[in-house]
Design a protein around this ligand. Structure first.
Ligand SMILES: [Zn+2]
Length: 91
C-alpha cells in the first residue's frame, strides 16, 4: 500500500518536472526567436581607419583598400599577423 503511494508520488513528481522543463524550454525558444525578429540596437559595423569604409565588425581585411586590422598595415592581405620577433624565435 505504502509502496504504491510512493510510486504514484514519484510518477507525479517526474511528470511535473517534465512539464516544467518543457514550458521553460518553450519560453526560452520563444524569447530567442523574438530576439532574432527584433534585433536590439547593436553597432555591428566598424570604419576602416585607412579608407573610412564601413565594414562588418568581424572583418579582418578591408575589401576596398586591403587594410589589415590585425597587423595594422595595408597590402598584406594574407599576412594576418605581423612577423614574429626574430630574437624571440631563437631564444
Ligand atoms: Zn579600407
Amino acid at each position: 500500500m505504502i509502496a504504491e503511494d510512493l510510486a504514484g508520488f514519484f510518477l507525479f513528481a517526474i511528470l511535473l518536472t517534465v512539464a516544467v522543463l518543457v514550458s521553460v524550454t518553450e519560453t526560452t525558444i520563444a524569447s530567442s526567436n523574438a530576439k532574432e525578429h527584433h534585433p536590439t540596437d547593436i553597432r555591428a559595423f566598424k570604419n576602416c581607419p585607412n579608407c573610412t569604409d564601413q565594414l562588418p565588425l568581424s572583418t579582418l581585411v578591408c575589401d576596398a583598400c586591403e587594410y589589415n586590422f590585425l597587423s595594422g598595415s595595408t597590402g598584406s592581405r594574407y599576412k594576418l599577423l605581423p612577423p614574429p620577433d626574430a630574437g624571440r624565435l631563437s631564444a
